[in-house]
Design a binder for this molecule. Structure first.
Ligand SMILES: *Cc1c(COP(=O)(O)O)cnc(C)c1O
Length: 354
């Protein structure tokens, strides 16, 4: 399929690249492709960024048949554009598509479309340390119909947002609220997919956590509220007595690409890693007996986010005296170094656009 390109005739003024907010500004172009039953995906095109025209009855507004991805492009010191493991994002988009009864995409084609879009908007990639072009691919159901069934038409769109750090405080440890009332999802539902509905059901707990002075919620399993699942938009890791532990992918947890990269690096370095069930009680006991050494979240937006405090009911756990742990720092330095090109890409994770 040939991608047609229509360039904007009215390029936007670029935002001030110092201290960019996250996800607020958007580049000049977007990629769009349509799906029609019987015809498949068709008409791939790069067009000026702008509003969509959708019928108010478009199914996505009513039944949330929608999936998305998130990844980043970086510009190295010598101007090379670098994408971090983009194939993994489109493979995961297909995993989400399968669960949401959305037609799948060709991964190689998506990577090609993304490269063309980012190449065209390469001047929008910030070069400041920690900043990047955040990329949001998504698919929405567009049938004009009120009734529950899979849509027969969809739009696949990719938009790009020059963004600064996700947490303005940078690599400072964050405070996390362990949520024991609300649940995000359960096994058998859509927890392992990136779909807006998972987030819609999480917002209320997030608001309450914010009011109490915490930046994110740590979700427990939806059945017993006992086992640790993940944080807002991050997977969670603990270092307990020398071992790195993260909840195993059980169907309700999102399989993060930063999570996968963290596990691969720890294994390469010979640090013991285990993916298993871990209860909040076990973490609390480790804290009490002094073996809870580190805790950090992993996700594309923040990359690595050290956790300095966990609150579970009336119990407060101060992790590593609110300092960034050694493994946390090493994972952060290595992943960001590979992303921005200051470290050699030994893992073969980066796709460059020259
Ligand atoms: C996107 C996301 C993550 C992190 O995945 P990455 O691929 O590392 O960005 C973790 N949890 C949830 C719920 C997510 O949506």
């Amino acid at each position: 399929m040939n991608i047609t390109i229509t360039k904007t005739t009215t390029p936007k003024a670029k935002p001030v690249m110092e201290n960019l907010p996250f996800g607020k500004f958007f580049s000049d172009h977007m990629f769009v492709m349509d799906y029609t039953e019987g015809k498949g995906w068709h008409d791939p095109r790069i067009v000026p960024y702008g509003p969509l025209q959708l019928d108010p009855s478009a199914m996505v507004f009513h039944y949330a048949q929608e999936i998305f991805e998130g990844l980043k492009a970086y510009k190295s010191k010598d101007g090379q554009v670098r994408l971090f493991r983009p194939r993994k994002n489109f493979e995961r988009l297909n995993l989400s598509a399968e669960r949401l009864a959305i037609p799948e995409l060709d991964v190689d084609f998506c990577v090609e479309a993304l490269k063309q879009l980012v190449d065209l908007d390469r001047d929008w990639i910030p070069e400041q340390e920690g900043a990047s072009l955040y990329i949001r691919p998504f698919i929405i159901a567009t049938d004009e119909f009120l009734g529950v069934r899979p849509s027969s038409t969809y739009k696949f769109i990719i938009i790009c947002s020059p963004s600064g750090l996700y947490y303005p405080e940078g690599l400072d440890p964050v405070k996390i609220y362990v949520e024991d009332t609300y649940v995000r999802t359960v096994r058998g539902a859509t927890g392992f997919t990136k779909t807006g509905g998972n987030y819609a059901s999480s917002i209320k707990a997030q608001v309450i956590a914010h009011e109490r002075g915490y930046s994110q919620v740590l979700w427990l399993d939806g059945v017993e509220r006992k086992y640790i699942e993940e944080v807002g938009a991050m997977n969670i890791f603990f270092k307990i007595n020398g071992e790195v532990v993260t909840p195993m992918l059980n169907g309700s947890i999102l399989g993060g690409i930063t999570r996968m990269s963290t596990i691969e690096l720890a294994k390469k370095w010979g640090i013991p890693v285990s993916e298993r069930k871990i209860s909040i009680q076990e973490v609390y006991e480790a804290y009490e007996n002094g073996t809870l050494e580190e805790c950090f979240g992993t996700g594309t937006a923040a990359i690595i986010s050290p956790v300095g405090e966990l609150r579970w009911g009336d119990k407060v756990m101060n992790v590593n005296n609110n300092q960034i742990g050694e493994v946390t720092q090493r994972i952060f330095d290595t992943i960001t170094g590979i992303q921005n090109g200051t470290l050699e890409d030994e893992m073969d994770w980066v796709i460059t656009i020259d």
